[in-house]
Design a protein around this ligand. Structure first.
Ligand code: MN
Length: 717
């Protein structure tokens, strides 16, 4: 295990201004927090965060990152809380630890190789600070180094393929070649041990067969350069087994055909030297055509710069030669970490550092090459506009930001959207209009009886959800108008003592320019013709009876004297609010209220309470009034909104009592508006979702019984 002073030493070697005291405190805090916990190999658990911190010192990261590495598992695995960390190490470190913790939690639940690209984006989206991702990569690297100690083989495979699919590509994209190679090789060893073994065997055979070529080639390259007056650091290596394996797969080659398994790297002082060295190498050895690439003048998307070429080298072997400067080399090995290191030495390294970091990463990712990369880049730009959520099985669904469980349900399957009645977000039942967050796990609750609700259209954000809801409404609308029109016509004819038969209507279709009896009924339901007009067309000269409106609502201020006879009213059962049926916003009718319907052209029927003042505005069109009745069994399916006018004392806690009383009585506040405020009182309009009028009356009674509330009444307008 790295000892405390060693860790501090390592950091101070590259960052003399590092906060030594904080590092010491971080070391002790993490060690105590993990206490007697152990790893699969029996080591104390604390050795893990310590090694992760050690990996990051290799990348010369700042104190906050090193602290984050030390603390990265404390919130998830020990009694320590984020508040503790904030109190001891400040806001920045707490934020970073929180970021790493969230990434860690997310990977516990996913089965995602099919969706690697989405998952990589999710990881990026959640790593708001690039240092979160660097700590996560180092964490993964150490876990991979110790993977063989895990007993559970399935788990090992899962972690290895996740590393191959998600973390190695992320490391590469961030330009961290060294990290990428090691992650890949460790995962390769777990996933394909046999090919890896045979490649190793073959490599060592070649080594024995031709003697140790690498040092000999290095010596001769050095000599060639020296003769031409150049000095370079040269390293040679065999390519990694995984990259050899990939080449064998992609190019359908066998090992014998795969000659260039050795690569040499020339590190020279300046950029001009790169081209000079290239000239020398090309002058001395036969060039393999098609292998030269100039990433110095045209860097790779991840910032990589180097010259690549292939030659038949000093020992008549095909070799790859890479030529670069020291700085280019560090960028290639350490990626964005190297950028950061160089920037830190610059002038304004305190100023908005993490933002510049993020910009840099996005820059790197955005200046992508191929069409695939470009596509990805355009999606990345939309980061702020996307949210990634999981199904209960761990599949990733990506949605525009602001998306709700309804959008999620439709994204999973149209049927699931249509039948959605509720949603659990991370195990908690939440309203369907809740905006989803990155990493949320959503369970959609469905019911066969459910159909899309017109109210959903107000809060969904995806085109798919909106289109499905609209399509349903359109298909349902005619059905609804037809049902309403049939009831209205039946009633109107009954009042005259006749039946509204298809035959009777067929005779007058021409008068209304309708093609079928159904069309005519639907038009009446939609309010485009009144029932009275149809009655008069079928029964010319029928004596005009006193209309319903004159019977029930004599004009003027007086209110109806006797209730409408039962059995004559049109039931509103089966009519879906928001289509052929609307509840008036002025009087908020509730089940149990006595109600009147007003047919509105093209909109179906609007329901008012019988004493609503708005009705007086319709006094001169009595033919549009219809007698309607609530369903006997209105169930809990539809929530109705009742409006209450409340006056409360202007004192601390009075609003709290108001909302508490309503909630305790099972009412749900859907809107709240302060209409008047004085030194002594607030006047407040409260919209409450209730089952029926009796429910609302209960709530009003409870409000009146509450001390800071001086009055509570149902609001009429
Ligand atoms: Mn860890």
């Amino acid at each position: 295990m790295i000892r405390q002073f060693e860790l501090v030493e390592r950091v101070k070697r590259y960052d003399p201004h590092a906060d030594e005291d904080a590092l010491n405190r971080g070391y002790v805090f993490a060690m105590r927090a993990h206490g007697a916990q152990t790893r699969a190999n029996g080591d104390p658990y604390f050795s893990h965060p310590l090694e992760v911190a050690g990996i990051l010192t290799h990348y010369r990261l700042d104190t906050a990152s090193i602290l984050t590495a030390l603390l990265h598992d404390t919130v998830e695995d020990t009694n320590a809380t984020l508040e503790d960390i904030k109190a001891m190490f400040g806001e920045e470190v707490a934020r970073l630890v929180d970021g790493v913790t969230k990434l860690t939690r997310m990977e516990l639940q996913s089965e995602h190789s099919r969706q690697a690209e989405n998952f990589r984006k999710l990881v990026l989206a959640m790593s708001e600070d690039i240092r979160v991702l660097l700590v996560k990569l180092a964490d993964r690297l150490h876990n991979m180094r110790t993977l063989r100690f895990l007993v559970d083989l399935d788990k090992r495979r899962r972690i290895a393929s996740e590393t191959m699919d998600i973390y190695a590509p992320l490391a590469e994209r961030m330009g961290m070649q060294e990290m990428k190679n090691e992650l890949e090789d460790l995962a390769f060893a777990e996933l394909n041990p046999h090919p890896r073994d045979s490649i190793f065997a073959r490599l060592s055979f070649l080594r024995e067969h031709g003697g140790n070529l690498i040092p000999r080639i290095i010596e001769q390259l050095r000599e060639t350069l020296r003769i031409n007056g150049m000095d370079a650091d040269i390293v040679g290596r065999e390519k990694t087994p995984y990259s050899i394996w990939q080449k064998m797969q992609h190019n359908n080659l066998n090992f014998e055909q795969l000659c260039d398994i050795m690569a040499f790297r020339l590190i020279v002082p300046t950029q001009e030297d790169c081209y000079r060295a290239l000239g020398i190498v090309h002058g001395a050895y036969p060039v393999i055509p098609g292998r030269f690439k100039d990433y110095v003048s045209t860097p790779k998307p991840n910032g990589y710069r180097s010259l690549h070429t292939g030659v038949f080298g000093p020992e008549r072997q095909r070799i790859e030669v890479q030529i670069r400067t020291r700085q280019m080399h560090e960028v290639a090995e350490y990626g964005v970490a190297a950028h950061w290191h160089y920037k830190q030495g610059g002038v304004d390294h305190t100023n908005g550092r993490q933002y510049r970091w993020l910009r840099e990463l996005l820059d790197i990712l955005e200046h992508a090459g191929g069409p695939e990369e470009f596509l990805e880049h355009t999606k990345l730009e939309m980061f702020q506009d996307e949210v990634f959520c999981f199904t209960p099985k761990g599949d990733l669904i990506n949605l525009p930001s602001g998306a709700t469980p309804i959008d999620f349900a439709y994204a999973v399957h149209s049927e699931i959207g249509d039948k959605c009645v509720g949603a659990k977000i991370n195990g908690r039942l939440m309203p369907l209009r809740t905006a989803l967050q990155n990493g949320d796990q959503i369970e959609i609750i469905t019911s066969k009886a459910q159909t899309p609700s017109p109210t959903w259209e107000r809060f969904v954000v995806t085109g798919k959800a909106r289109a499905r809801i609209r399509r349903f409404i359109r298909s349902k609308e005619r059905e609804q108008y037809l049902q309403l029109g049939r009831s209205i016509l039946d009633r109107a004819f009954q009042e005259e003592g006749y039946d509204c038969s298809d035959k009777a209507l067929e005779g007058v279709l021409k008068n209304f320019k309708q093609a079928s009896v159904e069309d005519l009924r639907a038009q009446v339901g939609a309010g485009n013709f009144t029932a009275r007009a149809v009655v008069e067309a079928v029964l010319p000269g029928v004596r005009k009876k006193r209309s319903f409106v004159e019977k029930v609502v004599p004009l003027g201020r007086s209110r109806p004297k006797k209730p409408v006879a039962k059995g004559q009213a049109i039931p509103i059962r089966g009519l879906i609010p928001g289509m052929a049926l609307h509840f008036a916003g002025c009087c908020h009718p509730l089940p149990g209220d006595r109600i009147v319907g007003v047919v509105t052209t093209g909109k179906g029927v609007t329901i008012h309470t019988i004493d609503c003042e708005t009705l007086e505005g319709f006094a001169d069109t009595p033919e549009r009034w219809i007698d309607v009745a609530w369903d006997a069994d209105d169930g809990d399916a539809v929530h109705h909104v009742g409006r209450v006018q409340v006056t409360v004392l202007n004192e601390p806690g009075s609003l709290g009592s108001l909302t508490t009383v309503i909630a305790r009585n099972d009412g749900n506040i859907s809107n709240l508006k302060i209409t008047n405020r004085t030194m002594q009182f607030f006047d407040i309009l409260v919209d409450i979702e209730v089952r029926n009028v009796a429910h609302l009356i209960d709530i009003i009674a409870a409000l009146r019984a509450t001390p800071p509330i001086t009055s509570a009444d149902r609001a009429r307008r």
